[in-house]
Design a protein around this ligand. Structure first.
Ligand code: CP
Ligand code: NVA
Length: 333
């Protein structure tokens, strides 16, 4: 495989072709197999990466940290407080400073524009670890998981339930359109992705042999689907006030047993996590107290069922993020 990725940033899936996404997934599988076989693989020994987190994270932060360590790299973590970024120093200046010290930069935060500026001015590969607009590394892990379960991506009937215009809805639609999958967003019209992005994805789907569909009807949206996917109804950075409105809007779109039984016989349940599927979290308890709901986007029954592959997805964050760092940082011989 020719490495087309060296020196490039990973900011949105829109920047990569079907073949490139397949290559990334192929390398992820190879790295996973090596790790399982305890084969050491430290091609990036001595390099340094920085992880910038303006929002919380468990999976993404740990995947970058462990992945970088596995590949032989050193990691610096900068959280929401404690650096000058955005307060005393602009993103453009921060980019130029960090680019002088580090070989690669991961960013999780709010605006897509911020990660784009880091990519434009740092002079080193920048990886998008989630913005309000996109979450591209998550999609790689999800697609790796689908390949592990079904053997392929092309032709897969994929339905997303919930807030279809958040970072996950947007990125899954792009990914499915690129890879020749049949994507459905099942949500109230207000929560469909923006028109411009839909139009772009329709063109991509046409090229790849995929399709894009939108519906407000849960029975239609779940019928004969291979993958049922959902995400939180309120994303990081949104105000608490939207909870009540979102619960009212989205409760009919909760992934429950009835919805799953309408999907294909071999359907899997996916979620990027974290998920509100019971009251075992602080926020889960508060929502139960305020609104009397013991689960939101997915019921405990579906989350814990044999159809649920959510922890495979979580593990695959590591292998796919490792592949992104490896391919963008490894100098061609
Ligand atoms: N799925 C995901 O990005 O999880 P974290 O917020 O824990 O990184
Ligand atoms: N839409 C969610 C994804 C979390 C991984 C959020 O932005 O909070």
């Amino acid at each position: 495989m020719k490495n087309n990725f060296y020196g490039k940033s990973f900011l949105t899936l829109l920047d990569f072709s079907k073949e490139e996404i397949s290559d990334l997934l192929h390398v992820s599988a190879k790295l996973k197999a090596k790790k399982k076989a305890n084969v050491e693989c430290r091609p990036l020994e001595g390099k340094n990466v920085v992880l910038l987190f303006e929002k919380d994270s468990t999976r993404t932060r740990c995947a970058f940290q462990v992945g970088a360590n596995d590949l032989g790299m050193n990691v610096t973590y900068l959280g929401p407080t404690g650096s000058q970024m955005g307060k005393k120093e602009s993103i453009k200046d921060t980019a130029r400073v960090l680019g002088r010290m580090f070989d690669g930069i991961e960013y999780r935060g709010y605006k897509q524009e911020t990660v784009d500026i880091l990519g434009q001015f740092s002079g080193v590969p920048v990886w998008n670890g989630l913005t309000d607009m996109y979450h591209p590394t998550q999609i790689l892990a999800d697609f790796m998981t689908i390949i592990e379960k079904f053997g392929h991506l092309e032709g897969i009937n994929f339905s997303y339930f919930g807030d279809a215009r958040n970072n996950m809805g947007n990125s899954l639609m792009i990914g499915c359109a690129k890879m020749g999958m049949h994507f459905t967003a099942c949500a109230p019209k207000d929560l469909w992705p923006n028109k411009e992005l839909i139009e772009k994805c329709q063109v991509l789907a046409k090229e790849s042999g995929g399709t894009i569909r939108f519906t407000e009807d849960v029975t239609e949206g779940s019928k004969d689907q291979d993958v049922i996917y959902t995400d939180v109804w309120v994303s990081m950075g949104e105000p608490d006030e939207v909870w009540i409105e979102r619960i009212e809007q989205l409760m009919p779109y909760q992934v429950n047993k009835t919805l799953m039984s309408n999907a294909s016989e071999n359907a899997i349940f996916m979620h990027c996590l974290p998920a509100f599927h019971n009251t075992e979290t602080k926020i889960g308890k508060e929502l139960f107290k305020k609104f009397g709901v013991d689960a939101l986007e997915v019921t405990e029954e579906v989350f814990e069922s044999v159809q649920s592959v959510v922890f495979d997805e979580a593990e695959n964050r590591l292998h796919t993020i490792k592949a992104v760092m490896y391919l963008t940082l490894r100098e061609p011989k």
